[in-house]
Design a binder for this molecule. Structure first.
Ligand SMILES: C[S@@+](CC[C@H](N)C(=O)[O-])C[C@H]1O[C@@H](n2cnc3c(N)ncnc32)[C@H](O)[C@@H]1O
Length: 255
């Protein structure tokens, strides 16, 4: 994975055996460091803190770092049918049950969809994000409410969603897409730190148009695209949109 060269390293941690850290660094084809400081060439580090895999940037070395947040928001619980309220719930709808999130990233939308009760599979192509997701979904399986309801975490499918979607045996009713759009103009909401870091590391998603085309041919009912206010609709005029001025969910119904 030469795309991370000079950008990312693995940082050894007391929490994990050295051999495990080394194997992880080898897998990502990045260096393993015992310690880092401001002069270290790389800007981002993967390490284990508080029993979580975390991504930290050099500016924030002393702070906690970012991991995939698996905690439910207020009032969220896994039950079916999904709630009627909320733009994302309205965009997916209650007559749709099976979803593939084609751009999982930090999984905040995925986990919201999962906690609303949908059957979810998650696609991600970035090896960094995949490592963070796998760590998070393992943690998710240990939490009380997951165990009480005897649930497994959503399946993670690694690879470019354009290929993964096209090779799925069971097509989902809905494909959900939230690609990285180019930077926004002044009035838009400021992206979260986690999204800024993702853009720094991974760049914009330049193939989102092809992703939309594949998603639309694979989904049996609909494609939902999350868009910032400034972005042109990915698939032309949507059938319907939900959301606010800063963010919308464009829904493309089939047939
Ligand atoms: C804006 S982030 C998604 C954020 C996510 N919705 C969340 O709630 O955290 C976009 C993510 O999609 C992934 N991605 C973009 N295009 C993809 C593709 N064609 N196949 C697989 N993953 C893709 C990127 O690697 C990135 O992690």
């Amino acid at each position: 994975m030469p795309q991370y060269s000079g950008k990312l390293a693995v940082l050894k941690s007391e929490e994990i055996p050295l051999a495990t850290a080394q194997a992880f660094a080898d897998q990502l084809a990045v260096p393993l460091y015992e310690s880092v400081n401001k002069k270290t060439a790389e800007d981002f580090f993967l390490t284990w803190r508080d029993a979580e895999l975390k991504l930290i940037d050099k500016e924030l070395l002393k702070k906690g770092g970012l991991s995939v947040d698996i905690h439910p928001r207020n009032g969220e619980q896994r039950s079916w049918p999904a709630p009627k309220e909320g733009a994302l719930a309205q965009a997916i709808g209650r007559k749709t049950k099976t979803i593939v999130d084609a751009t999982t990233g930090w999984a905040q939308d995925s986990l919201h969809i999962f906690r609303m009760g949908y059957d979810l599979r998650c696609i991600e192509r970035s090896p960094i994000m995949l490592a963070l997701l796998e760590d998070a979904f393992k943690r998710l399986e240990q939490v009380d409410w997951m165990q009480r309801l005897n649930l497994s975490a959503p399946e993670i499918l690694a690879g470019n969603a354009i290929d993964v979607l096209a090779s799925l045996e069971n097509a989902p009713e809905c494909v959900y897409i939230d690609p990285m759009f180019p930077p926004k103009r002044k009035k838009s909401a400021l992206p979260k730190k986690s999204m800024l870091i993702l853009r720094d590391l991974l760049g914009d998603d330049l193939d989102s148009q092809s992703l939309f085309d594949t998603a639309f041919s694979v989904a049996t009912k609909k494609v939902v695209v999350k868009c910032p206010d400034h972005a042109e609709p990915l698939g032309g005029k949507p059938t319907v949109s939900f959301g606010s001025k800063l963010l919308r969910y464009d829904v493309y119904l089939k047939g």
